[in-house]
Ligand binder design. Structure first.
Ligand code: WQD
Length: 322
């Protein structure tokens, strides 16, 4: 969306394993443009090669990965095969087209429970808490080594907690089945599609006892991708792999998110405390200095705005949960 609005020609490659083709209708409704879409599995080397053959790409933003932490514990091979297979195949293309910039969708999960908050990019990468987190850690290593060997310039963007939807309520998150993440569960519960929200843990060493995260509006996240891609297209990349945290720099507890949702939407949410969830860290929020000073990017949207946009998207979806 953000790239189309800036006049870029966009090629979408998605096998619909975790979204629906209708997303193209939403993109067209908002931008007036319908990007070319290739329905192929990027983890299939032959399919990936044939799909990209003949395309002179200025840049690739690699989002194509499974991202449910809990599912990755149950199905580790599915995550390694898909998340790393697709990465290797795309890096094979970039190695043969070194002028093509490469942006990797990484994650703050690489930090685990950081020793210091806010978390800077040079905080130590800790043992992954899940196969999902491990695919992000291994993915960064694969990129760093390949880029160094092939003289590539790449960027890894470490997302904190993306939330919200496009303000038009035409495109947004479509979680498969019961949402694992907090905000889609909140909106589906408020819409009557799920029971009360379980707040996982109220005995954390935080102000209100609930865990703290850095919730960033997905449109702010999208803008950061455009800025990072333009850095590489303009030949400003500095290292084989530069790393940037993408967060707001503010931590919010689960209770604060609930309060924000209720005040921003006027909807009352049913919730109850439940035991802690395995694998959760106590608190994680970003030091955003590097993204500000090097990319010239800061998150602009508030938690309340994200809640409002997430709720508008849920209302637009109606009872049609993916
Ligand atoms: C947030 C908080 C839960 C659900 C996510 C992604 C991960 C990465 C980082 C991008 C935690 C609590 C949740 C619920 C709850 N993003 N919670 N009840 O675990 O921080 O990880 O962001 O790569 O891919 O999964 O996000 O939304 O699952 O949880 O109390 O029903 O909400 O315990 O404290 P998380 P989350």
């Amino acid at each position: 969306m953000v790239l189309l609005e800036k006049g870029y020609e966009v090629l979408l490659v998605d096998n619909l394993s975790n979204t629906r083709a209708e997303v193209l209708d939403g993109i067209e409704a908002i931008s007036g443009k319908r990007p070319e879409w290739l329905n192929i599995d990027l983890a299939d080397p032959a399919a990936c090669r044939s799909a990209l053959k003949g395309h002179q790409l200025d840049g690739i933003i690699h989002f194509a990965a499974y991202k449910a932490v809990g599912e990755s514990v149950q199905e580790p091979l599915k995550y390694y095969q898909n998340n790393l297979g697709s990465l290797v195949n795309l890096l094979d293309y970039v190695s043969q087209h070194p002028s093509c910039g490469f942006i990797f969708s990484s994650s703050c999960t690489v930090y685990g429970q950081a020793d210091q908050l806010p978390i800077t990019e040079d905080a130590p990468v800790k043992a992954a808490e899940s196969p999902y987190g491990n695919t992000k850690q291994i993915g960064e290593e694969i990129i760093r080594e390949t880029a160094a060997a092939k003289g590539l310039k790449t960027i890894a963007l470490r997302y904190f907690n993306p939330i919200g939807a496009h303000a038009s309520a035409r495109i947004g998150e479509l979680p498969l089945g019961v949402p694992q993440n907090l905000v889609p569960f909140i909106t589906q519960s408020a819409a009557g599609l799920r029971g009360p929200l379980s707040v996982y843990g109220n005995d954390y060493p935080t102000e209100d006892g609930t865990a703290v995260r850095d919730y960033i509006h997905v449109v702010d996240l999208a803008q950061a991708h455009r800025v990072a891609l333009e850095r590489l297209i303009q030949g400003q990349g500095q290292d084989p792999m530069e790393v940037f945290n993408l967060g707001t720099g503010t931590g919010s507890s689960v209770l604060e998110v609930i309060q924000s949702f209720e005040s921003a939407t006027g909807e009352a949410l049913q919730w109850a405390y439940a035991p802690r969830r395995a694998g959760d860290v106590i608190a994680a929020y970003a030091d955003t200095t590097k993204a500000r000073d090097v990319l010239g990017w800061v998150a602009e949207k508030s938690l309340d705005e994200a809640m409002k946009d997430a709720w508008a998207w849920q209302v637009a979806l109606g009872s049609d949960s993916h």
